[in-house]
Write a protein that binds this ligand. Structure first.
Ligand code: AMP
Length: 607
């Protein structure tokens, strides 16, 4: 559904944005339903094209028209370049006719004498969407959720976020396009499932396999073809037209860029018509000549079959990588303009053995999903939908250099956890709160996020009570606070736990954690027995003067030997040795403990 001129809402608006390679859209949630906002001209789709023909940037349909008239001053498909550096360029820049230059390793686009970064161009598109939203809603719009392909790495996501910021948005969240599409279809309500999202856009094909578990989407695998989309269907048809013209006139019209563009435009219009009709008439003026003909659906489908067939292999590879078979899928979601064609729907059905969901607008479904997520983040939605999880466990360092997790990996956010810790030394005046992220036992094997000293009321070891609270908000920002339960004194620090960690880094941490699990478990056991042994050792040493007073020389010698034995065992790193030495020490001090107890009792009875 698309809307325009919505009266000013009384609650804060957070919009959802689909920043696409070919087209972009902005949507918001109106009375519980996502609606795509239209420009003043009544258009929902904004071509992701910026042209500098008139000297200043123009975005959208006008710019798209200039793509035909003035290629040199028109920039398109910048999403392919977003977050990439100049070294990636060879692989992606082949199809882009504008001039790309390196600016400190960052890709820049040269138009006449000016250079624009890819982020700046993306920001121009986002700014236009912001304007559309503000005009349609008649209020200022400053907060947004922006979608990105599931395979986007950290740098591509950060670049998207930066573009949003330059456009004047506070980007509340970057979410995966297939997740947004699944949300728009309400699949999260099912709580469980395996979903294939088949996204055929203008120039790219993406397939993602998602697992939905307890309302959380997890991307299991992605695949695709960065040079396959609706444009290829237009090109195939336009080539047929060109061949016919050449056969008649002896001249290939594709040699003239303006004629080529006109034939491509006619082919695209035919494709769009054929998604609803059995045949269509095309008519193109090429200089003094006029070309017209009828295109039937049979002819078109035969022509595009080999192109659509190219989507099968990436789908099968994604299923393989996800470790599932097509029969395991619970849903197939189609995204992208060309999925309106029956031939595309049939192709998806054949590869996934399941009738795809096509009830929603395939161009709008990603923006609609983003709008649903946006509404959740705005706090307007009381029925909180939880989409994200903590990627790695969060915890604090405890005595012995061990990570004690407070929030486990994969816990849904927002998340809150509290635990009470105590001091280990007598009359400690402060505790060192060291916040860590990771799956390993030893502190040094995890990632240090923050460290702060928290003053505590001095007391005997083990009697202070410090409550440590971890709160991860919906943006993944962690707030750690510590409170001395005796005095009520509190201190809070804020950390960004996943900042700077790419998905690959997260995966590497998880892999290391699995590989080192037995070693880590042994270490934890060693620390645990050491933590029992050290206070016992200190107590025994403290009582040595009493031992000299109350025990025989031989008995004292045994205790001294056991103290030494335990000290050596602690350095041995063998939990069994520590346990045995601790046992011996306890045995050797039993008589002393009894005598001391008797002394206390007799002193008390005399009082
Ligand atoms: P998207 O990237 O999802 O915006 O898709 C853009 C592509 O969808 C372009 O190639 C359009 O020509 C194509 N498209 C839009 N509407 C239709 C339609 N009704 N039938 C077939 N293709 C369409």
């Amino acid at each position: 559904m698309s809307v325009n001129n919505i009266s000013q809402p009384d609650k804060e608006i957070v919009v959802g944005i689909d920043l696409g390679t070919t087209n972009s859209l902005v949507a918001f949630l109106k009375e519980g339903r996502p609606v795509v906002l239209q420009s003043r001209e009544g258009r929902a789709l904004l071509p992701s094209v910026v042209s500098f023909v008139s000297g200043h940037p123009e975005v959208g349909f006008k710019a798209k028209k200039n793509k035909v008239r003035d290629v040199q001053h028109t920039v398109f498909s910048v999403k392919r370049l977003l977050g990439r550096d100049f070294s990636d360029l060879k692989a992606i820049a082949k199809d882009l006719p504008f001039e790309l230059v390196s600016g400190d390793g960052v890709i820049k686009i040269r138009v006449d004498n000016s250079e624009y970064s890819v982020i700046e161009i993306s920001a121009m598109i986002l700014k236009e969407l912001k304007r559309t939203a503000e005009e349609a809603l008649n209020c200022s719009v400053t907060k947004a959720v922006i979608t990105v392909p599931a395979y986007f790495n950290d740098s591509q996501r950060q670049a998207t976020r930066a573009a949003g910021r330059i456009a004047g948005f506070d980007v509340l969240r970057i979410i995966n396009e297939p997740t947004a599409a699944s949300l728009a279809y309400g699949l999260d309500q099912k709580k469980q499932g395996l979903i294939a999202v088949y996204d055929l856009g203008g120039g790219t094909f993406d397939v993602s396999i998602l697992r939905l578990k307890e309302g959380i989407f997890e991307v299991l695998a992605t695949n695709g073809d960065t040079r396959l989309g609706g444009d290829d269907l237009d090109l195939a048809l336009a080539r047929v037209f060109a061949l016919e013209i050449q056969n008649k006139t002896g001249v290939d019209p594709f040699l003239n860029p303006v004629f080529q563009a006109a034939l491509l435009e006619a082919a695209e219009a035919a494709k769009v018509e054929l998604s609803e009709k059995e045949s269509c008439q095309i008519s193109v003026q090429l200089g003094p000549d006029h070309y017209q003909r009828v295109v039937t659906i049979q002819e078109f489908e035969k022509l595009i079959a080999p192109i659509l067939d190219r989507t099968s292999e990436p789908c099968l590879a994604a299923l393989r990588d996800a470790g599932i078979e097509a029969k395991d899928l619970t849903d197939v979601v189609l995204v992208g303009g060309p999925t309106r064609l029956d031939a595309v729907q049939n192709q998806a059905q054949t590869v996934f053995h399941r009738i795809p969901n096509v009830s929603m607008h395939p161009d709008e479904v990603v923006a609609q999903g983003a709008a649903i997520q946006a509404d959740i983040l705005s706090g307007n939605n009381s029925q909180l939908l939880l989409l994200d999880v903590v990627p790695l466990s969060l915890g604090i360092e405890t005595y012995g250099g061990i990570l004690s997790p407070l929030i486990d990996r994969n816990t849904r956010i927002p998340a809150l956890a509290k635990e009470i810790f105590t001091t280990f030394m007598d009359y400690q005046t402060a505790v060192d709160i060291h916040v860590l992220q990771g799956e390993r036992e030893k502190v040094e094997d995890n990632r240090s996020l923050a460290r702060f000293k928290f003053p505590v009321h001095p007391a005997v070891a083990g009697t202070a009570r410090v409550e440590v609270k971890f709160l991860v908000d919906a943006d993944g920002i962690l707030q750690v606070s510590a409170r001395d339960l005796r005095t009520g004194a509190e201190q809070t620090v804020e950390v960004s736990p996943s900042y700077g960690l790419t998905e690959a880094e997260i995966q590497a941490i998880l892999k290391a954690s699995a590989e080192n699990a037995p070693k880590d478990a042994a270490y934890r056991q060693w620390v645990a027995v050491k933590n029992d042994a050290e206070p016992a050792l200190r107590a025994a040493e403290k009582k040595l003067p009493d031992a000299f007073r109350l025990l025989s020389e031989g008995e004292v010698k045994v205790i001294e030997g056991c103290i030494l034995g335990l000290k050596t065992a602690i350095h041995s790193e063998s939990p069994t040795e520590i346990q045995n030495s601790l046992y011996s020490l306890n045995e050797s001090t039993k008589k002393l403990a009894d005598l001391l107890l008797k002394e206390v009792l007799s002193t008390n009875s005399r009082r």
